[in-house]
Design a protein around this ligand. Structure first.
Ligand SMILES: [Zn+2]
Ligand SMILES: [Zn+2]
Length: 379
């Protein structure tokens, strides 16, 4: 069954502030409190949901994570919140598990199986490439600081030749019950942290963790045409699981650096080219370098206006995993001459005097229509 949205559970808007959250929580918690609804499993379930929703939303970090990833943010091996360049490992789950474990009375414990095997956290790696690299594609070597299964104890955490023992506090169940007020609360066992086992003789290399931190070198294939914001998932390349559990995944978050000359829109590229006023008026040619390492010659006919686009077919970006290529659009900008000499000024003034309406139909027409418009207003 899909989990209910936390905001809906509390009956608040997504923009609710701390005060709204608190008052909504208090009202609902009073209503569904187990003390008031003895032997009502539906109310108990509701109470747990309200608690969980509030615990998440009252914490700005968790709330941000929830807004971004939804419930997936808190599932085991959830995304690490990678900050800046390089790594943000760890998954939210480890931090939040304890809180939820306590609150929920075991409603959402760790994903455990015998021996406390846990899936490793997913890792996030931020990678920035240039537009040229996106054009050609590349194989990138990355160094991944991650925890891997300890080779001395093969991930069990116990010194070779010894065995983990059942926890005596919880008799191996991983949970303990404690009376609190009128009802009893089940909580994560404080001795074994819910694993059900303790390691009396820990492995000396990993100190009983079953995994050690190491830097691995990975080669990542970046396909040609990859776009900014793409996420590449490398299954099983995340953190090793604890005590022999499965490894998490590694996510490469790819960003493409802005380019000096080209802006990208899907597979098409755009290049703004400033040309002189005289080139625009008389016509001319110029060369543009394209990402395939060649040059393309662009002919500008006489009377070219600003904003005019010329298409260079198949000079754009490759389309991911296909043989197609986008186009390159040259967008004409016209540069008005500055710092005129006396002679240039005279020539332009003379040019102005002998110009006719036909030379500038747009501006002539525009000002004529504007005058008409003004006349209708002042009539
Ligand atoms: Zn070990
Ligand atoms: Zn225990």
């Amino acid at each position: 069954m899909a989990k209910a949205d936390y905001y809906e559970t509390l009956g608040v808007a997504r923009t609710a502030d701390d005060k709204d959250l608190k008052s909504a929580f208090r009202k609902l918690a009073m209503k569904f409190h187990p003390d008031k609804n003895p032997d009502d499993s539906e109310a108990e379930r509701k109470f747990k949901e309200i608690n969980e929703a509030y615990e998440t939303l009252k914490d700005p970090q968790k709330r941000a994570a929830y807004d971004r990833y939804g419930h997936a943010a808190f599932e085991h091996g959830g995304m690490g919140n990678g900050a800046g360049a390089g790594f943000g490992g760890g998954g939210f789950s480890d931090i939040f598990e304890d809180i939820f474990g306590e609150m929920m009375g075991g409603g959402r414990g760790r994903q455990r199986s015998s021996g406390g095997r846990e899936r490793g956290a997913d890792l996030r790696y931020n990678m920035e490439i240039s537009l040229e690299e996106s054009f050609t594609g590349k194989t990138a070597q990355i160094r991944v600081p991650t925890s891997i299964t300890c080779d001395v104890c093969s991930g069990s955490g116990a010194k070779p030749g010894t065995q983990p023992k059942a926890c005596s506090t919880c008799q191996g169940s991983g949970r303990v019950r404690a009376a609190q007020g009128f009802f009893s609360i089940e909580r994560t066992c404080p001795t074994c942290h819910g694993r059900g086992t303790i390691i009396p003789d820990p492995c000396t290399k990993c100190h009983g963790q079953g995994r050690v931190t190491e830097e691995r070198s990975l080669s990542v294939n970046i396909p040609a045409g990859i776009e900014d914001g793409t996420r590449i998932r490398l299954q099983g390349e995340g953190e090793a699981g604890a005590r022999g559990g499965p490894a998490g995944d590694l996510y490469i978050f790819l960003s493409v650096k802005p380019h000096e000359f080209f802006q990208r829109d899907g597979a098409d590229l755009y290049c703004a080219v400033p040309i002189s006023m005289t080139t625009a008026a008389l016509g001319g040619t110029f060369d543009v370098a394209t990402l395939d390492g060649t040059k393309s010659r662009v002919s500008v006919p006489e009377g070219t206006q600003a904003g005019k686009q010329f298409r260079l077919k198949s000079k754009g970006m490759p389309v991911l995993r296909s043989s197609q290529t986008g186009d390159l659009y040259i967008q004409i900008q016209i540069e008005t001459p500055q710092k005129l000499t006396k002679r240039q000024r005279e020539l332009l003034q003379e040019f102005e005097q002998i110009s006719s309406k036909e030379n500038n139909p747009e501006s002539t027409g525009f000002f004529a229509r504007m005058k008409d418009f003004f006349d209708t207003l002042s009539d």
